[in-house]
Design a binder for this molecule. Sequence first.
Ligand SMILES: Nc1ncnc2c1ncn2[C@@H]1O[C@H](COP(=O)(O)OP(=O)(O)O)[C@@H](O)[C@H]1O
Ligand SMILES: [Mg+2]
Length: 227
Amino acid sequence: MIQAINIKKIYKIEKVNIAALNGISLEIEEEEFVSITGPSGSGKSTLMHIIGCLDRPTSGRLLLDHGEMGKLKDNALAEIRNKKIGFVFQQFNLLSRSTSLRNVELPLIYAGVDRRERAERARIALERVEMAHRLYHRPNELSGGERQRIAIARALVTNPSLILADEPTGNLDSKTGEGILGLFQKLHQEGHTLIVVTHEKYVSAYAQRIIHLKDGLIEQDERRNTT
Ligand SMILES: Nc1ncnc2c1ncn2[C@@H]1O[C@H](COP(=O)(O)OP(=O)(O)O)[C@@H](O)[C@H]1O
Ligand SMILES: [Mg+2]
């Protein structure tokens, strides 16, 4: 499903080059649950942004479902993001003045789904994350864990094959974080491909495969048996 071939990313700031990724090659199959770990600054978020087509590599190739992403214009990439990929962020990135239902409907608005179907699908997504009782709450009326569940419902509502999460438990206490991970585990069992970026050990314990980054390179790619 995902093929990265010798991906490099160099940021240029005031004529200084910062090498964030130094040649990453990997393959991720459909229905894998992968965790990307490594110390702060090792390139985890940069890699996630490139895999998610939120950013482009400086060099190297990214293929999603055998399609060459480097050949696509920005609007075509945006369409792939909307159709195939759901994103979950540490800061939740919810619209603060909108209800849960409205926040979850948003990707469907971009996708051009009509009002009635939108509301129906948003409701179903909120049920899947056990938030059906908070449809009309706004983010500041919800706990951190609840906000992240809303954000996960928003990621799910387009029924993407791939879900990417960048430090999804970073703003949560460990007990709440475990609840969110349990939810990811359920989504994995339901057939979603998951990539969770984290620097926390307990988080990667849920994954079947752990990719360790160091200085913009893969230091270790470890497959485990989870029960
Ligand atoms: N937009 C950017 N501009 C310049 N440098 C960046 C940018 N984003 C990340 N970096 C640098 O690239 C390196 C990798 O960053 P990042 O991918 O965010 O690491 P991680 O998520 O593992 O903490 C860091 O040295 C960081 O300072
Ligand atoms: Mg990061």
